[in-house]
Design a binder for this molecule. Structure first.
Ligand code: MTE
Length: 346
């Protein structure tokens, strides 16, 4: 994977987290009251998009949310806040909205960190559908509305650790992937699940390039027990609004104990399989990117250490923190790998 350096971010750009959190507490209090009064779905209490600097909310255009379907925006706005404690939240400083949405890996839009936010402005994610295939009783092509309608969205504040050794803390909006997969009734032969990103050279500039590194579509996969784990979510939003295109609109995977490469964006296909699926980065460089890609400070990437990470938004030299086993989610997921040699199954 290409590693590029960037200038330190001035502290003036850091989101005042207290503003976001106090707003959440307010919403939470209101939600509790609303549920008691039977008004939770009235839409009256919908959170609004969080202002990056705590003062001026950004416009839909600035957010690259021009094609935002209103029904989805409304549903995202009705999401439940993350629980106060436990693995679904953290008190670590949130990475500011501006960094989350301008420092991205989305090779379909280019390989530079700022390419996705620059090139995603006209991306259309409405209408959208997802094809369900393989070892399931209910295969088919489902509209985004079919996919999302039965699910209640929840905020999950997770660490995102990229294999390139930078990390962020992001308030996602989503729902457990397992709840979605169960609806398609996987057969007893479904041992793995495979995901694919949209192929659309008209929309994805890098898919038009003859020199692209990736053999499209971008593909990822999980073992079935990883996919069904309650920490694994299908994300549809962040910071209380729908996903900007550069972050994987309209729906993407988030697997917080794995390197970010597993968290595939803009999903159009879910295939249930008997055997382990091929994955994009493993195909490109198998000795560097394994199928599991669990965050592991003890197993270096062949070209760099994974023992520490650069937590955004701080500068390059003052913000390295120790990387935690399974990105800090070991209590929840270590048992999935009991007895496995994690140096071999990296
Ligand atoms: N999904 C697709 N389709 N294409 C990509 O290039 N990059 C991955 C992952 N999902 C990628 C992708 C990598 S390497 C990371 S670190 C995360 O997306 C980054 O997510 P973010 O840009 O929302 O922080």
């Amino acid at each position: 994977m290409l590693i590029k350096t960037r200038k330190p971010i001035p502290s003036s750009e850091i989101t005042p987290e207290s503003v976001y959190r106090s707003r959440r507490d307010f919403i939470k209090g209101s939600m509790n009251l609303a549920v008691g009064a039977g008004m939770a779905s009235s839409g009256l209490l919908s959170p609004v998009a969080m202002a990056q600097d705590g003062s001026q909310p950004r416009t839909a255009e600035q957010l690259n949310l021009a094609s935002k379907p209103q029904w989805l925006a409304n549903k995202v706005a009705e999401s439940r806040p993350a629980p106060d404690s436990g693995p679904y939240t953290t008190n670590e400083m949130l990475t500011p909205y501006n960094d989350v949405t301008t420092y991205n890996n989305f090779y379909e839009f280019g390989t530079g960190k700022s390419d996705p936010s620059r090139n995603a402005e006209d991306f259309q994610s409405d209408p959208w559908s997802v094809e369900i295939t393989g070892e399931v009783n209910r295969p088919g092509t489902y509209t985004l509305e079919d996919i999302l309608r039965p699910h209640t969205f929840e905020e999950r504040i997770y660490r995102l650790r990229c294999v390139e050794a930078w990390s962020m803390v992001i308030p996602w909006i989503g729902f457990p992937l397992g709840d979605l997969l169960s609806r398609f009734e996987p057969t007893g032969n479904a041992n793995f699940v495979e995901f694919e990103t949209l192929v659309d050279p008209q929309q994805f500039s890098e898919q038009r390039s003859r020199f692209a590194l990736i053999d499209w579509p971008y593909r990822e996969g999980l073992r079935m027990d990883e996919a069904m784990h309650p920490l694994t979510i299908m994300a549809v939003g962040l910071y209380n609004d729908i996903l900007p295109a550069q972050n994987g609109a309209p729906l993407r995977l988030i697997v917080p104990w794995k390197y970010g490469i597993k968290s595939i964006k803009s999903i159009v296909k879910i295939n249930f399989r008997r055997d382990m699926p091929p994955t994009t980065w493993n195909d490109i460089q198998a000795n560097e990117y394994g199928f599991y890609s669990n965050v592991n400070p003890n197993v270096s990437h062949p070209r760099w250490s994974q023992a520490t990470e650069r937590r955004l938004p701080s500068g390059l030299f003052d913000s390295r923190i120790e990387t935690q086993m399974f990105n800090g989610y070991a209590d929840e997921v270590a048992h999935l790998y009991a007895g496995m040699d994690l140096r071999v199954n990296y």
